[in-house]
Write a protein that binds this ligand. Structure first.
Ligand code: AHR
Length: 319
């Protein structure tokens, strides 16, 4: 056997033993619900990733309620699962249940949203820099409008959730230093398309039928898509009369961008589970501690980035 063949064989055996070690592990996943296309995609990617790696995934849909998430985590602990994934609906109120998981020596990985608990209570968190996402959206708007007066309406995500808090803060940072840009209305649309439309209707009424609005900033694409419908029903052209910038990069926003009805989106990958599973496998194997935060990329897409092509690429991905 040549040294090259020996090295290749050793590497293959090492990979096989890690896979065999992790195969059959049971993971509990407490998902928030299905409020958005992005959330649906995250669920799909997590389920298929678990299946590919040979894990048993116990899935629990919390229907937007923290108490359901806490009950699901307690049930995973009682079952003695090998790990717990949780996408926490809000940032506060997790200390007790995370302490229980820690005492049971079950590693917890946070997905896409953060908590304000002590980081020693979870193994790692996989997510984007949520403040940066908002900042990118704000900077894009500031550059796009230049010196023009711009009255902005903002659709916030779920109250008390880390993306709603951080995307608001980041956007405000992005437009800071541009006194011609002002947020004149800001309310939650709970990350849903239906509430995005409803709240946008009240913004339009309050702002001279929408004529006084220069731009909409939505904390996710689904709310933006709902708002686009409201703008059209008010007789205005979204994307032209009212600029639209949001976050997620789901297929429907690319469709809207390709039709000129939305202007920009900041991508949030739905594949949070891949890095989470990699971290867990290393931890199960020899106790390797991952960094406390595993950051995913955030990329800005505008109408110049072939939105029709992006739509085609993404439309079958479980969104
Ligand atoms: O936590 C991530 C956010 O939650 C996504 O941006 C949004 O679409 C979802 O509901």
């Amino acid at each position: 056997m040549t040294i090259k063949t020996l090295l290749a064989t050793t590497a293959t055996l090492a990979a096989l033993s890690t896979a065999a070690f992790a195969e059959g592990e049971v993971i509990g996943f407490s998902q928030i619900g299905s409020e958005s296309g992005w959330r649906a995609a995250e669920t799909t990617v997590t389920k298929s990733g678990a299946e590919e790696r040979g894990y048993t995934l116990q899935f629990s849909d919390a229907q937007q309620k923290q108490e359901n998430q806490i009950a699901a985590i307690r049930s995973f602990i009682a079952q003695g699962v090998d790990a717990i994934l949780v996408a926490p609906v809000v940032a506060t109120g997790w200390d007790a249940v995370l302490t229980e998981a820690k005492e049971a020596e079950i590693p917890v990985v946070l997905l896409d949203r953060m908590v304000d608990s002590d980081p020693s209570l979870y193994l790692t968190a996989v997510g984007s820099n949520l403040v940066h996402e908002g900042e990118v959206a704000g900077q894009w708007l500031a550059e796009t409008v230049g010196d023009k007066e711009c009255r902005i309406v903002e659709l916030q995500g779920t109250t008390g959730s880390s993306p709603a808090i951080d995307r608001k803060k980041g956007f405000e940072q992005g437009i800071a230093g541009h006194p011609n840009l002002t947020i004149v209305q800001s309310q939650t649309g709970d990350f849903t398309r239906s509430l995005g439309k409803e709240v946008m209707e009240t913004f339009l009424q309050a702002e001279n039928g929408g004529k006084d609005i220069c731009a909409l900033y939505a904390h996710n694409d689904d709310m933006a898509v709902g708002a686009i419908q409201a703008i059209k029903e008010a007789g205005l052209k979204p994307g032209t009369d009212i600029l639209v910038v949001s976050i997620d990069a789901v297929p429907d926003i690319f469709k809207a961008m390709s039709e000129g009805e939305a202007n920009a989106t900041v991508e949030l990958t739905p594949n949070m589970a891949g890095p989470a599973f990699d971290a867990l496998e290393a931890y199960w194997k020899d106790g390797t501690e991952p960094p406390k935060f595993i950051q995913t990329e955030s990329k800005l897409y505008t109408q110049a980035d072939d939105p029709a092509g992006e739509y085609e690429k993404r439309k079958g991905l479980g969104y």
